[in-house]
Structures are given as C-alpha cells and as structure tokens.
Write a protein that binds this ligand. Structure first.
Ligand code: ATP
Length: 234
C-alpha cells in the first residue's frame, strides 16, 4: 500500500472540516474523490500534503506524514496540483514548470521530465515562452499538472482537474492522466463532475459533510442507485 489514512480529523481554527476519514491507495491505482460543494475534498487533499492541521495517521510508503512539513512531503514524492492552480501568472510557462523541480539536483532527469510533460501536453511546449496568465483555463490546468509532475512524484494529487474547463479539454487532460497511470503513476484526484470522476478512475471515495460515506470500484458506484439519484441526476 502506498498511502494509508487512518481516522483523520482536520481543522480550520476550531472548525472541524473532516471527521474520522480513513482510506487506502495502492501503488499504481487511479482513485477519485467525489462529494458536494463544501464536503471537504480540498481539505482532505491538503491534509495529505500537510497544508491543513489534522490529527490521525497518514502513512506514505511506511513514513508518517503527520510528522512532516509540506516541503518534506513534496520532497518524499507527493506532487500536488492545487485548487485554483496557483501558477505564477507573470512568469513564462516553462519557468512555471521548472519551479516544480527547484528542489531537485538530478539535472539530466529534470530535462527528461520536462520533455515528458511537453509530450503529454504539446501546447505547453508551443507556448513555453508565453506568460502563464495568458493561457486559457484548460492550458493553465495542464500547466499546473505539468508543474506537479516536475516534482517527479510517486503519488500525484489533483484537485478538481476539470474545474471550469470545456469538455473536450477535460477529455484531453484525463487521457494524459490515464496515460501517466498506465506508466505506473499512482494518482488521487478530486472531482465535482461525478460522471467524469467515475469514468476516469478505478475506485472512488464519496465524501459528505467531512466523512467518507461510500467507497467502491467506480463501475460499481456508477450503477448504485444512491449515486445515480444524488449525483447523476437520475
Ligand atoms: P468545493 O468543491 O466547493 O471546493 P470541497 O469539498 O473541496 O468543496 P472544502 O473546500 O475542503 O470542500 O471545504 C470543507 C469545509 O471547510 C467547508 O465547510 C468550508 O467552508 C471549510 N473551509 C475550507 N477552507 C477553509 C478555511 N480556510 N477556513 C475555514 N473554513 C474553511
């Protein structure tokens, strides 16, 4: 098992946003996290990356993440593409990508990883000198994912990769995510768009009011009447 979360409670000041969350992600899996607005999806992903205060256990490849800072977590192999993308808008595309690798010293591998990102998202190479802010929403999402890949992660965390993006670009982004996963990259992503989440993952966790309320193989959840009624409008 690559990631194991046990009884996680997360807090903003005194407000508790997650309650007793437990989940497991195996090496090589592609796992989705769905739930309504405000359910705590972002909070859960940020808790794993140590950006939100929490109690409980988070084990990553045998290491206890709760003892680490956000910097350490990135250094041991968790790449996080955050909600809102958080790019440097007035820096060129390529510099934004290179920032993902700023702690690394393995320069030949960094060049290979940059080429890999450009192979996955050719538009980033075509626009590599353009300021990030001048890219479309979909291109900025590709850039945020590319920057997370430049950390050379063992676990890729993506917060709502389809948010605000045209369906055709969403398809392109998920085909890149699936290609990375076929090459062995373990990925955990949150999604508002439940249909997209279930179509593009092996397993899915459902979060409501800060608690995991369902978890199953995505194909099984797609046929579950509770999911159909609450999330797919059927
Ligand atoms: P969305 O899909 O709308 O982004 P979400 O499922 O990602 O929602 P979170 O953003 O994790 O949900 O929010 C979970 C709860 O924590 C909400 O009640 C939210 O109001 C609260 N919350 C989030 N960020 C903060 C913060 N910085 N300070 C206080 N409360 C917060």
């Amino acid at each position: 098992m690559l990631l194991q979360v046990n009884n996680l409670d997360s807090y903003y000041e005194r407000v508790q946003a997650l309650h007793e969350v437990s989940l497991e992600i195996n090496e090589g899996e592609l796992v989705a996290l769905i739930g309504p607005n405000g359910a705590g999806k972002t909070t859960l992903l940020r808790s794993i990356s140590r950006l939100v205060r929490s109690t409980g256990e988070i084990w990553f490849d045998g290491q206890d993440l709760t003892k680490l800072s956000a910097h350490d977590v990135s250094a041991i192999g968790i790449g996080h593409s955050p909600e809102g993308r958080l790019l440097f808008p007035d820096m060129p595309v390529e510099d934004n990508l290179k920032l993902g690798a700023f702690r690394r010293r393995d320069h030949p591998q960094i060049s290979k990883d940059l080429k890999r990102v450009y192979d996955l998202f050719p538009v980033l190479q075509e626009r590599k000198s353009q300021m990030a802010r001048t890219m479309s929403g979909g291109e900025q999402q590709m850039l945020a994912i590319g920057r997370a890949l430049m950390t050379r992660p063992r676990l890729l965390i993506l917060d709502e990769p389809s948010f605000g993006i045209a369906p055709i670009i969403v398809d392109r982004i998920f085909s890149a995510i699936k290609e990375l996963n076929r090459d062995g990259l373990t990925t955990f992503f949150s999604e508002q768009n439940v249909r997209v989440a279930l179509e593009n993952s092996e397993r899915t966790y459902v979060l409501e009011y800060g608690r995991i309320v369902m978890a199953d193989v995505s194909d099984t959840l797609r046929d579950d009447p509770r999911i159909a009624k609450s999330y797919l409008g059927m």
